[in-house]
Design a protein. Structure first.
Lengths: 326, 392
């Protein structure tokens, strides 16, 4: 079925580019997996700015700092294959606005979330219609935000949150074949970014919240060298870039409110039971994971606070500018 | 301590919402006593465009990308190249017969890369749908567009306008999108004589490609040009087209060749071997809208004024009483107040302005003389946009 509302390409479809270097990796220089240059508990820098989309009631743009390998590839390009990618997304909030007449009565604010990847966001071209993973992200985001917004203050109203992902995180390093540890790990980073950006945009729209909710990711990874030496203990890393790790055993993303010490959304994936984190660390795998994700969220929260303060100052400037008439 | 009762005044922002037409009209035709210049509500002169900025190459997973901001309208464009093997084209073996030789002849002579050369096979871009622009407005860019819904009429119309403009300007060269393969000569002589229609070709063939077979096209590059309007505050077409132009200028296609062993087209990932698209010209779009002083102009039946009325209008214009204003690069507020739109796409060739596209609809206010002025404004805009695109 062709989509009559869009311009379709060649009817027989097209094939993605196949690079010669990926066909015969045995010969010649083998591309190297990007390495993590950060400390295990060091986060990537986050660029977060509010109010870039004036037609929306609230908006935020979030961008992760490119990893060292990507930054190097950008400044002196050698290969057309990007080593890793950095999250870029735009979030808009429309509302609170009255619900359509046909909608049933709701005493609370009705939250709708849409997450959509741009067709060029990932290594494989994405379709124009939302697929299952995008809907899944939308549902996760909704649960994360529903616990934060004081919904009773807007009966019979709706709030639309739309996120456009311009560049997503990789699920694994491009040179790796899919293996047993494979899962869409990149989605977890995307979700954490969505939560942080949506939180900033909601605050920018001046909607009452319990606290600024921030997203954070932690993962238990086993690195390449470890497998060669034998049974080395897996490590807990915060804010993992999936492209930088050989295998991610399990990962966790939380939406966390620091002021109330509450978690509104938790998503844990992978096998964390066998991953004993060294002898000195007696805590269980999943507890360590959640703890790590919360710490990552605390880090993101500091950026969030700055962005929201900036938004508030801009708003205050607008109000005083308006009140100059009196 | 009794405060005086508040006077019944409205702040300008509320007045603009309640009485948009009167608000804009009051800005454009201030009372003569106030000695204020006629200026738009957003502070621009009527032929002034919004500040524009462009940034290219920031998206990792694209062959070329650009972000263009025109005032508060932001368009992000990503160009993604994929391969279309000729074996997948149903009509390929039929249409090919004499074409390969033609193209070969052109190929050998076009190394000088002169601009005016006419490619007889240029229509391949259109025939095989090699350019696939799609514009998306459902990004939460403005309140009216429901995210997740199928593209609105405006989005569909803009996508098609961009496609039509890409085809009519012939911006992308078909030759840049071809992946050639030199068939090695395997000793038989009859393969050579096959399919050569022109007599003059034989001489050329023997001298230049001696010891090699003929060249054939194995695949085409298909360019998926996706435009996300991240923020919409009027005039999406200019921003989208500028983003497409900037992204195409940024696009690099990897070197591709036919791999006989794998029977597929493979590419080299070396940046040094990748080449940019050689675009034809630099068409720049400028949009205008016409604001009428008569608030009901949009409701009235459109009657073309006769000569006498025409004279009256001219008379009043000479006295400085304008009844309508042509506003360049309208923002969302002005677009909502006007019916008539003009879109001019111009290019400059050797210092001469060339009109590439001219579209005008919704009214009769803009006549031939005014169109001439608009083309001149568009030519000035061309210079400005060119400078912006060359800097990024």
């Amino acid at each position: 079925m062709t989509d009559r509302r869009r311009i379709n390409g060649p009817p027989s479809g097209t094939r993605p580019v196949v690079f010669a270097s990926s066909l015969k990796s045995a010969s010649g220089a083998v591309a190297e997996r990007p390495r993590r240059h950060r400390q295990p508990n060091e986060l990537r820098k986050i660029f977060l700015k509010t109010g870039l989309i004036p037609s929306a009631s609230g908006s935020a743009y979030l961008e992760y700092e490119p990893s060292a390998s990507l930054a190097a590839a950008r400044s002196s390009p050698q290969s057309l294959i990007p080593p890793s990618s950095a999250l870029k997304l735009a979030c808009t909030v429309h509302g609170p606005k009255p619900l359509p007449r046909s909608a049933t009565f709701s005493p609370n604010l009705v939250l709708t979330t849409h997450v959509k990847y741009a067709p060029f966001a990932a290594r494989q071209r994405k379709g124009h219609i939302r697929d299952a993973s995008e809907r899944d992200l939308g549902v996760h985001l909704e649960t994360a935000l529903r616990g934060v917004i004081v919904a009773e203050r807007w009966p019979k109203s709706g709030l639309d949150i739309t996120i456009t992902i311009l560049e997503a995180e990789d699920d694994r390093w491009w040179g790796d074949a899919p293996d047993s540890h494979d899962a869409p790990w990149g989605m977890m980073n995307v979700l954490a970014g969505c939560i942080t950006a949506a939180s900033a945009a909601i605050a920018d729209a001046r909607i009452d919240c319990l606290d600024l909710v921030a997203g954070g990711v932690a993962a238990i990874v086993r690195d390449e060298e470890a497998t060669e030496e034998g049974a080395t203990t897996p490590e807990l890393m915060l804010d993992t870039d999936p492209a930088e790790h050989k295998s991610i055993l399990s990962a966790c993303v939380v939406a966390y409110m620091p002021a109330r010490d509450e978690i509104t959304e938790i998503w844990l994936k992978g096998d964390h039971s066998k991953a004993a984190l060294g002898v000195e660390d007696s805590s269980l795998g999943h507890e360590a994971l959640i703890e790590g994700a919360v710490n990552a969220a605390r880090g993101a929260h500091t950026v969030l606070v700055e962005a929201v303060r900036e938004s508030a100052e801009r708003y205050a400037g607008l109000v005083t500018g308006d009140s100059g008439r009196n | 301590m009794a405060a005086p009762p508040p006077a019944l005044t409205l702040p300008p922002s509320q007045f603009a919402r309640l009485q948009p037409h009167a608000y804009l009209l009051a800005h454009l035709s201030p009372p003569a006593s106030s000695n204020q210049p006629s200026i738009r509500a957003n502070g621009r002169a009527s032929s002034q465009f919004r500040p524009t900025s462009a940034n290219t190459g920031s998206l990792t997973h694209t062959n070329g990308s650009a972000v263009v901001r025109v005032g508060d309208t932001t368009a992000v464009c990503g160009v993604r190249a994929e391969l279309l093997p000729t074996s997948d084209i149903a009509s390929w073996s039929v249409s090919r017969s004499g074409a390969a030789n033609n193209a070969q002849q052109r190929q050998t002579s076009s190394n000088s890369n002169s601009n005016d050369e006419i490619d007889p096979e240029e229509s391949q871009i259109q025939d095989f749908n090699l350019l696939v622009p799609n514009l998306s407005l459902s990004t939460g860019c403005a309140p009216g567009f429901v995210p997740g819904a199928p593209p609105s009429a405006l989005a569909q119309s803009l996508s098609h306008q961009i496609l039509a403009l890409l085809h009519s300007t012939r911006l992308v060269r078909a030759d840049d999108l071809r992946v050639w393969y030199q068939v090695p000569r395997l000793g038989e002589t009859d393969t050579k004589g096959q399919g050569q229609g022109e007599g003059g070709m034989d001489v050329d063939d023997d001298t230049t490609t001696h010891g090699q077979g003929k060249r054939e096209i194995k695949a085409f590059w298909a360019l998926y040009i996706d435009i996300m309007i991240v923020s919409l505050a009027g005039n999406p077409f200019d921003a989208a087209w500028a983003a497409v132009l900037a992204a195409l200028r940024d696009t690099k296609l990897p070197r591709a060749w036919w791999d006989v062993d794998n029977e597929m087209v493979v590419c080299s990932d070396a940046v040094a071997e990748a080449r940019r698209l050689a675009l034809r010209g630099l068409p720049v779009a400028s949009s205008f809208c016409v604001f009428e002083a008569d608030a009901a102009a949009g409701w009235r039946a459109v009657i073309v004024p006769d000569a006498e009325e025409e004279r009256e209008i001219e008379e009043s214009a000479r006295k400085g009483m304008l009844r309508r204003w042509v506003l360049a690069d309208p923002d969302g507020y002005e677009e909502g107040l006007s019916q008539e739109r003009v879109c001019v796409v111009v290019d400059k060739v050797d210092g001469k302005t060339v009109i590439v596209k001219l579209e005008k609809n919704g009214g009769w206010a803009v006549d031939g003389r005014e169109l001439k002025q608009l083309v001149e404004i568009a030519a000035d805009r061309w210079e400005a946009v060119k400078e912006i695109l060359e800097q990024c």
